[in-house]
Design a protein around this ligand. Structure first.
Ligand code: PFF
Length: 453
């Protein structure tokens, strides 16, 4: 039998998992949620969700992946032979497949915006950014072309394998991403809106904290940490025996949260630097509001506007690429290991099939906008079904599986590396996995379904 692949170093493993977590969710969705739900109070609740729900589920996925050394479907088959628990694996890999097909569309937009920033089109004074964005996404050729190019990049990395592709590329892209974000935060501190932006981010207003805001924070934490889609489980199957699961999960969650909060430190000072722009501009914030903001904020030094805008969209692009790679790997690992195909063939099959769905998602903003289900176009449908239904169901089942079905000793041995580490927090971890996480995720699920109906 072929030897199972491994990450070459502990650092590589952490960067790869952090690359999966840090994505469009951090730079695009997080500031939007913060803006919609009242700023700092939302961030506090978000941190609690990461700690009480996100981390325990992440450790659970690590336990499953490293113990079985296999992809998510195979992992459940090995741990619970002949039982229906295998359904969790199927659901996870299906979710990764669906998410990847719409994720590449938005990722393609980041590439187009990077190109448009540096070519100067985006900074043209006469541009109406709503129209600019609308024309681009409705253009069947352009948006598909950029999504396909993005997919090709992810495909090349995946085809090169775990160490030569995923690990190597994460070790380069994650530090570059952190460097860019640092530079952008420095630039943001020189903007006129810095005081108001910081106040918005740091001064909690608990009156805005509705039940719905709390549930949104949970959903955001879940999505941002890449839980329940097989990505972390698959990556953990490449962890070595010495990798510490609890501290690795803590590092990944810390990097993810750090990037999300820093994105807020870039976006809000910029937004408050321009008079008639609202902090809660919604999903259009990054692609319609921010170009306008960059343009106005750097009115007197246009080249700085080009640079700031270009770096911001490169940041989005890098974040999107490392996440798309993990989604791709979750599906490819299954096809490669269980269908006995070479990695290259498996990757090609996954790239071509997700890209075909991606074309439909992309066209749903233009020629296929008439195709709707429950009033949603295909893009929104994929987003809603995956994040509001598939992920929470998967998350609850993972918590129940590790908390109640798996032998407690097995979990203990994984978490302590066969008893060689002392893990004083093990009892707390098990309590969170058994009780807190399932109850929290169930409430998030009920809210998601009610929103869809
Ligand atoms: N965590 C990624 C983000 O924040 O954009 C998105 C994502 C990647 C979700 C991988 C799920 C996943 F499995």
């Amino acid at each position: 039998m072929e030897k199972h692949a491994n990450f070459g170093s502990r650092m590589g493993a952490i960067f790869a998992a952090a690359g999966s977590a840090v994505g469009l969710g951090n730079v695009w969705r997080f500031p939007m949620e913060v803006g919609n739900n009242g700023g700092a109070a939302f961030i506090l609740v978000y941190l609690l969700c990461i700690l009480l729900m996100g981390l325990p589920i992440m450790v659970s996925e690590f336990v499953i992946g490293r113990h079985t050394q296999s992809n998510m479907i195979e992992a459940f088959r090995r741990l619970a032979p002949g039982r229906w628990w295998r359904f969790i694996g199927i659901l996870g890999i299906l979710a990764a497949f669906v998410i990847l097909s719409y994720y590449i569309v938005v990722s393609g937009w980041t590439l187009y915006y990077t190109y448009s920033s540096f070519s100067g089109v985006l900074m043209d004074k006469d541009t109406d950014y709503g129209v600019f964005f609308g024309n681009f996404v409705a253009n069947p050729w352009l948006s598909v072309l950029f999504a396909a190019f993005f997919m090709l990049l992810a495909h090349i990395v995946i085809s090169r394998g775990v160490q030569g592709g995923i690990e190597k590329c994460s070790k380069v892209m994650m530090p570059v991403l952190l460097l860019i974000i640092g530079l952008l935060v420095l630039c943001a501190f020189s903007m006129p809106g810095i005081d108001e932006g910081l106040r918005f981010l740091l001064k909690p207003d608990f009156s805005k904290l509705t039940v719905s805001a709390v549930l949104s924070a949970m959903g955001q934490a879940f999505y941002s940490l890449s839980l329940a889609m097989g990505c972390l489980c698959t990556y953990a199957s490449y962890f070595g025996p010495k990798t510490r699961l609890m501290s690795s999960a803590a590092s990944v969650a810390a990097i993810d949260t750090f990037v999300a909060v820093l994105s807020g430190f870039i976006v809000f000072p910029a937004v408050f630097s321009v008079p008639d722009v609202e902090a809660n501009a919604g999903p259009g914030l990054v692609f319609q509001t921010l170009p306008y903001v960059f343009n106005m904020a750097f009115d007197s030094v246009p080249w700085l506007g080009y640079l700031f805008s270009g770096m911001f969209y490169i940041l989005l692009f890098l974040a999107a690429l490392t996440s798309a790679i993990s989604l791709h790997e979750s599906v490819t690992a299954y096809v490669h290991e269980n269908w006995h195909m070479s990695r290259k063939k498996a990757a090609t099959l996954v790239s071509v099939s997700t890209m075909s769905l991606g074309v439909i998602c992309s066209l749903s903003f233009g020629v296929l906008s008439g195709w709707t289900v429950f009033g949603m176009n295909v893009f929104d449908l994929f987003d809603s079904v995956s994040s509001k239904i598939m992920l929470p169901i998967g998350g609850v089942l993972i918590a129940l599986f590790v908390g109640w079905y798996l032998d407690r000793k097995l979990v203990y041995m994984e978490v302590t590396n066969n008893g060689t580490l002392s893990e004083r927090l093990f009892g707390v971890l098990m309590f969170l996995i058994r009780w807190v996480a399932p109850i929290a995720i169930m409430s998030m699920f009920v809210k998601g379904v009610m929103e869809m109906l």
